[in-house]
Design a binder for this molecule. Structure first.
Ligand code: ATP
Ligand code: MG
Length: 140
């Protein structure tokens, strides 16, 4: 299996509870390497662009409010089959359905405040990484 990169966000519900290190420990224990990371405040415009695919969904406004409500940590993760691997490590969108040991099972508060984002395809990973990082900020 090829080495891939994926894009991750530690969301405001997790940074608020000082869980950045705890989330990173799960990521690293799963064999993924954090090759870029920064803590930012997302603008409304950035959040609307990032989640543009959900623009017509009823929860879109709530999602943008949440993602801009506090600091987030944006990351690039690298490893074997990283896109799918990180989706497994995150667990289901709704923590009530997430497997034991996953980040969302351990930490998420609800389907909205679910602690982490991970890209859902290699193509989207490349787009999302480029939205937040320049090449020289990623050190593999
Ligand atoms: P993400 O894209 O953040 O990794 P995901 O791919 O598991 O999550 P999506 O369907 O892409 O899930 O939804 C994006 C985000 O929108 C979810 O992570 C969650 O924060 C929010 N969301 C999704 N469904 C709902 C809902 N029914 N009510 C409130 N918020 C929701
Ligand atoms: Mg998604």
């Amino acid at each position: 299996m090829a080495i891939q990169r994926t894009f991750s966000i530690i969301k405001p519900d997790a940074t608020e509870r000082n869980l950045t290190g705890a989330v990173n420990a799960v990521i690293e224990a799963a064999g993924l390497r954090i090759v870029a990371q920064k803590r930012i405040l997302m603008s409304r415009r950035e959040a609307e662009t990032f989640y543009g695919v959900h623009r017509e969904r009823p929860f879109f406004g709530e999602l943008v409010d949440f993602m801009t409500s506090g600091p987030v940590v944006v990351q690039v993760l690298e490893g074997e089959n990283a896109v799918l691997r990180y989706r497994e490590v995150m667990g289901a969108t709704n923590p009530a359905n997430a497997e034991e040991g996953t980040i969302r099972k351990k930490f998420a508060r609800s389907i909205g405040e679910n602690s982490v984002h991970g890209s859902d395809s290699e193509e989207n990973a490349a787009i999302e990484i480029a939205q937040f990082f320049s090449g020289n900020e990623i050190v593999g």
